[in-house]
Write a protein that binds this ligand. Structure first.
Ligand code: HEM
Length: 213
């Protein structure tokens, strides 16, 4: 789901009677897989690697995990918002529904995991290299990073995740309530736009960390 999906859902709202999407696309079967709890195994594995990196206190490994998770989180968010979103907006309703119903069960596991790993690894890596002990005014940069990542994570869990789930379950219904999806998506779109801005802001702070406070 993306920032562009607001308009697609608005449009979707007017076409709410998509009980079962048209089988007009040859070979297209709208039988999306359900949310698979087995993905939690991958989530647990990722947290295990993070826990090991923290426990052995390896600077390189923690830096790698932090940067990798951070660029994936930011990159996927921006890609979804500015590439997948516009593509979906211009696609037939049945295709959009099919995409959402397949994307959501993946992003549901992927994005919260990346968010938690980025913030946690960032905190421990900052501690390792002494960034948490720098004096003010340099510490304001650290304060900015911690504030932004907290806002991003809380908003992700309190706004984006529930909105994603509600839209997903509504779309799975045989007769989705387009108006409800539209309402949910409008709230969602503002949150995603704000997340995009914050994601870019934190990369500015990160570049500052790397070039020296
Ligand atoms: C959305 C959240 C975050 C993202 C996407 C992110 C991303 C990045 C990236 C891409 C780098 C490498 C920068 C470069 O090489 O130019 C980096 C480095 C770093 N980040 Fe973050 N980061 C995030 C949050 C945090 C937080 C909350 C902290 C903790 C205060 C933190 C601490 C660090 C540290 C210590 C480095 C390495 C600095 C150095 O090597 O001198 N990051 N981060």
């Amino acid at each position: 789901m993306t920032s562009e999906t607001g308009s697609f859902v608005k449009e979707h709202a007017t076409q709410a009677a998509i009980a079962t999407p048209s089988p007009g696309i040859s070979g297209f079967s709208d039988d999306p897989p359900p949310i698979n709890p087995r993905n939690l195994v991958w989530v647990a594995l990722a947290f295990l690697v993070l826990a090991v990196a923290i426990a052995i206190d390896d600077v390189w490994l923690l830096n790698f995990i932090h940067v990798m998770a951070g660029v994936l989180w930011t990159g996927i968010d921006l890609f979804m918002g500015f590439v997948i979103g516009p593509i979906m907006r211009r696609s037939p309703v049945a295709v959009r529904r099919a995409m959402v119903l397949r994307l959501m069960p993946k992003t549901l596991f992927l994005l919260p995991t990346l968010a938690i790993i980025t913030g946690t690894a960032g905190w421990f890596h900052a501690r390792q290299i002494g960034l948490l002990d720098v004096p003010y005014p340099a510490y304001w940069w650290v304060f900015a990073a911690l504030t932004i990542v907290t806002v991003l994570t809380v908003q992700g869990f309190a706004v984006l995740l529930p909105a994603n789930l509600l839209v997903y379950f509504e779309m799975r219904k045989s007769a989705p309530d387009g108006a409800r999806i539209g309402r949910l998506m409008r709230r969602y779109v503002y949150a995603v736009a704000f997340q995009g801005l914050m994601q870019v802001a934190i990369i500015v702070v990160m570049a500052r960390f790397v070039t020296g406070l």
